[in-house]
Design a binder for this molecule. Structure first.
Ligand code: KG4
Ligand code: ZN
Length: 342
């Protein structure tokens, strides 16, 4: 194996996916194994932290072995092990962090703790060169953020949700419509079949704010459904899904476009599980395609939802910046993304 090549193992266990990947030179996916627990959480309508931790424990070593086998490398080839240290469910994070520490210790490999959202953003580096300054619209089950980056590894959160994350709102609205967990893809599918005819609010907040708020919208949807039930009327789920989705997309896209212009960015990167949303992808393309000075990058669906290739990609940059974690690395559910800004 050539000396110049960098091989990073990524480990991700922050929520309900046990994932391990090997990424070569920060950009090339060599293996990317994801073991999902969605089926186990479905009957509870959401992720049950205790069940998530147990699944991670059961799956961790199997997924590590599979990722190594598919990459066809040995531990001595690894340059570093990158692991999600936060944010996420503490019990779930701990499984990945401890596996990473054990491997790092046993094989004497550098350890690099990675922020989960930095990982989502760096999924884009597996597709294309990142051009700075850039803006990332991060939309996941736990986060809705606009992150400005002036250079690699430097993250500034310029706007974030004040209550529910976009994915969380999708999942709660889906539950109101009796759709299975996770509800985002179901709402997305229904929305394609209906027209946005039901008036719903949009939380623009203060004129100069890039923050978001989705709890009012979520409550408005729930009230609309309950009021209709009380009147004995039936709401067309396709119309409700389309109206809800339109409201979310209007705010996300308008604020992202405003920030991208104000910060004069060269690229806009979409990141996080909600980036799989067809309506959002189309609306972003429509908005940014006419803007020659801004390149829009949208990852394929497999890199939008939680995976470890994105953690390895971010880990590669952290590693190059000289960031190292010690063997006392702990899971940090409230980790700040700007912690390594120099
Ligand atoms: O990034 P992710 O896999 O996990 C977190 O870090 O949170 O995001 C999961 C979220 C869930 O809320 C799920 O409903 C949502 O992404 N999601 C979608 C779609 N696919 C996944 N939301 C809207 N439309 C979709 N097509
Ligand atoms: Zn995520």
């Amino acid at each position: 194996m050539s000396e110049q090549n960098q091989w990073i193992m990524g480990i991700e266990t922050s929520c309900d996916e046990t994932a391990v990947a090997i990424v070569k030179n920060g950009k090339e996916i060599v293996s990317n194994i994801v073991s999902s627990q969605i089926e186990s959480h479905k009957r509870f309508g959401g992720v049950v932290p205790e069940i998530a931790s147990r699944h991670h424990v059961e799956q961790m070593t199997i997924v590590i072995e599979e990722a190594m086998k598919e990459a066809d490398i040995t531990f001595s080839d690894l340059t570093a092990i990158a692991v999600t240290e936060g944010p996420g469910l503490v019990g779930a994070l701990l499984v990945g962090v401890n596996a990473a520490k054990a491997l790092a210790f046993a094989h004497n490999i550098p350890l690099v703790g990675v922020h989960h959202i930095a990982g989502h953003i760096y999924a884009n580096r597996l597709l294309t060169e990142m051009k700075f300054p850039l803006l990332s619209l991060v939309v996941s089950g736990g986060h809705t953020e606009l992150v400005y980056m002036k250079e690699h590894g430097h993250f500034e959160v310029i706007g974030e949700t004040r209550d529910d994350a976009a994915g969380e709102a999708y999942d709660k609205v889906a539950r109101t419509l009796n759709l299975p967990y996770p509800g985002g893809p179901h709402i997305d599918r229904l929305a394609q079949l209906g027209e946005p005819t039901i008036p719903l609010p949009r939380a623009w907040l203060e004129e100069d704010s890039y923050d978001f708020s989705f709890s009012g919208l979520k409550s408005a949807v729930i009230n609309t459904v309950h009021n209709a039930e009380q009147r004995g009327e039936k709401i067309e789920p396709e119309a409700l899904a389309a109206s809800f989705q339109q409201s979310v997309i209007d705010v996300l896209v308008t604020k992202a476009a405003k920030a991208a212009k104000a910060y004069k960015v060269k690229q806009v990167l979409l990141a996080g599980g909600v980036a799989a949303n067809k309506g959002l992808r189309a609306a972003l393309q429509e908005t940014f395609e006419p803007l020659d000075e801004i390149e829009l990058v949208i990852p394929p669906l497999s890199l939008c939802t939680d995976n470890a290739a994105m953690i390895a990609a971010a880990g590669s940059i952290y590693y190059e910046k000289g960031i190292r974690s010690q063997l006392n690395l702990n899971a940090n559910p409230g980790l700040d993304i700007s912690i390594h800004n120099s």
